[in-house]
Write a protein that binds this ligand. Sequence first.
Ligand code: HEM
Length: 417
Amino acid sequence: MSLTNLTDLADLTRVFVDPTAYADEERFHAACRVLRRENPVVRVESEQYRPFWAITRHADVLEVERDNEHFLNAPRPLLVPSEMEARAAASGQVLRTLIHMDEPDHKAFRGITSKWFLPGQIRALEERIRERAVRYIDRMADLGGACDFAQEVAVGFPLHVILSILGLPEEDFPRMLQLTADLFGSDDDEINRSGDAQQQRMAAMLDFFQYFVALTADRRANPTDDLASVIANATINGELLNDYDAASYYVIIATAGHDTTSSSIAGGLEALLRHPDQLARLRDDPSLGTSAVDEMIRWVTPVKEFMRTATEDRTVGGQLIPAGDSVYLAYLSANRDETVFEDPFRFDVARADNKQVAFGYGVHFCLGAHLARLELRVFFEELLKRVDDIQLAGEPSRSATVFVGGLKHLPISYRMR
Ligand code: HEM
């Protein structure tokens, strides 16, 4: 049965286009709970964005992602304000990354690094990752028993991991951090530096681009064993990537690889602190590390959406999606679907058979999923070995975003062993 009151429906669907709604999860989840039940595939209209259909049920998200022949990433992989889409169309796209591509290009480009991110390869990085985690936990000790965990620990650790895997020098890390915040966080007033979010995104992309063009030239001249060298020296149909494609590749790895993971680490810790029984359980039984990590990632779901566009009329969840219309994959809603997760609003570090879709599904399934899981597992292993009496020391706050985000501030206090 559909909701008949269109005013109510417009109110409910506003959560998808209002960046502040993602910072108020109770409001977001309350709306999605009704939509999953009453209008699981719902048209969303707003001033800022071109209309789209929000897909809120787990099964429907999987169905769209599985059907990558009829639901394409191009030309609208993400929710971007229509004004910015128009500007990009007029001036040409700034980047073309894996998330902008469909087959056959996507497969060829993904193949360049897919072996690098396989579980066996990633496991070999465990000691390097552990050493970085320990560095950040030492820093917590230096901070003397209280810190803003989101800003002082969670942001830096995954950034160090991904940039060191890429092979960038440490002195460039702060610049990368700022650029990622500009790209992903610019719907948030506190994070937004210039006040004009769209201009800021464009400036960040150009800055990234220039940096990575220089990196490509360097790794071609002096190849090393880092990931940047793999990308710089890869060939497709016998040709090296052009500067634009190579730079786009680094950008997707550098940006996708840390904001997502840092949000999961901070949100995972918040969940443990709000559920002390679960914290005690994980501490007593470190073998729960793997299931705890997937539960943290489900709980946080740092990537709020990706989009697809229908190549022809398709029906999803009983709703016709006309050719050319776009669908919004509501990962946060799918990860609370009560038909898939038993008691979905319970945080359970031992949740069995966790079908969370925070990494997406199908051919675009997150390239860095094994790396992200390893970073979280190792980080929490080291953290729980070292801290006692860890607790919230103030109200956490979340970033306003329509794409990637989570905790902006997480004040905590603790005692180190
Ligand atoms: C908890 C952390 C992370 C989450 C929740 C996450 C989530 C996602 C999601 C939802 C997608 C889109 C999947 C789809 O369209 O079906 C994606 C794609 C991607 N992710 Fe992640 N990600 C995380 C960490 C990472 C890391 C550490 C890397 C490092 C390399 C990474 C690299 C990528 C890339 C390159 C893509 C594009 C893949 C493609 O289009 O083929 N991600 N991620």
